[in-house]
Design a binder for this molecule. Structure first.
Ligand SMILES: Nc1ncnc2c1ncn2[C@@H]1O[C@H](COP(=O)(O)OP(=O)(O)OP(=O)(O)O)[C@@H](O)[C@H]1O
Ligand SMILES: [Mg+2]
Length: 284
């Protein structure tokens, strides 16, 4: 089991415990994320994946553990402070301003970089003006990077779902993150939208060199693009390794098919088959 990233870690998540009453949402989870790594977190519904993101971004405060970003301890910091240190995220359910345009939603992502006071902003002088121009320039770069040009002046609420997910990614990129958290970036997308999103995620890793943690149920996508994968079940880490290592791990298959009498046969068949069986069961 590979539990350590190979280069120097950007993030260390160490023995984190978070409970809600009797529910152990995160139960002794440890992992590191490397500088140019796409790290995936998978697990059944309610496994604690979003809770890990909420601990990382300061929304939930764990009872125990350490979270260290580039040498700085994040625990106890409030979400805006953590965002300023460079942790940006996209949400499981899109969180954008539906009535604002694509460009304006991206400008809001730059909000934390505004360095001038309100008065200067009102008077539109000096630093305020120079900075506004710079922010617009950065936003236009992101519009181009994510191929959003044709929608840039449109209210986000009118755009196709897959494009809205991309705008949300753009808003996170506008924050110039040191670490990007993607919570189910392709949930609800069709195949074409999923393939587009996969390409943007890989471009973010390879061209922008931003490390990412991706929570995702689309197993094909995870196994295709992630560098390493952590599997959690009932808040507890089951395995960490390369996609190939994780796919062969019998504990992972058992986590997905817990209690199924055919589990040993499924262990033989592999993880993707186990998940397909679970999905069939759910829709039957
Ligand atoms: N604010 C909260 N109050 C109480 N319980 C919570 C809270 N947030 C999460 N939980 C519980 O913690 C557990 C983990 O939830 P979490 O949302 O992290 O799961 P998840 O892996 O993201 O699931 P999904 O795949 O459905 O998004 C669940 O049992 C959930 O009900
Ligand atoms: Mg979730």
């Amino acid at each position: 089991m590979v539990s350590e990233a190979s280069g120097s870690p950007v993030l260390a998540f160490e023995d984190v415990h978070l409970s809600f009453g009797a529910v152990k949402a995160v139960n002794g989870v440890s992992f590191t994320v490397n500088e140019d790594e796409l790290f995936a977190v998978i697990g059944p519904n309610g496994a604690g994946k979003t809770s890990i993101f909420n601990v990382l971004s300061g929304v939930y405060r764990p009872q125990q553990g350490r979270v260290v970003l580039e040498g700085r301890d994040l625990l106890g910091m409030r979400p805006p402070a953590i965002a300023r240190l460079g942790v940006a995220r996209t949400f499981q359910n899109i969180e954008l301003f539906a009535n604002l345009t694509v460009v304006d939603n991206l400008m809001l992502g730059r909000h934390q970089h505004l360095r001038y006071g309100t008065l200067a902003a009102l008077l539109w002088v000096g630093r305020a003006r120079g900075q506004e121009v710079e922010h617009r320039r950065r936003v236009e770069e992101i519009v181009e990077f994510l191929e959003l040009e044709q929608w840039r002046k449109m209210p986000v609420g009118l755009l196709p779902y897959g494009v809205q997910k991309r705008v949300e990614l753009g808003r996170a990129l506008a924050m110039e993150p040191r670490l990007l958290l993607l919570d189910e970036p392709v949930a609800g997308m069709n195949l074409e939208e999923t393939e587009d999103m996969a390409r943007y995620i890989l471009d973010i890793r390879d061209e922008l060199r931003i490390p990412m943690i991706m929570v995702e149920h689309d197993m094909g996508l995870v196994m295709d693009i992630a560098d390493r994968v952590m599997v959690v079940d009932f808040g507890t880490p089951v395995a960490i390794g390369t996609p190939a290592e994780v796919q062969r791990n019998p504990d992972v298959i058992r986590a997905y098919l817990g209690g199924d009498p055919d589990v040993e046969a499924a262990v033989e068949a592999g993880v993707e088959a186990a998940i397909a069986a679970e999905d069939e069961g759910a829709s039957a």
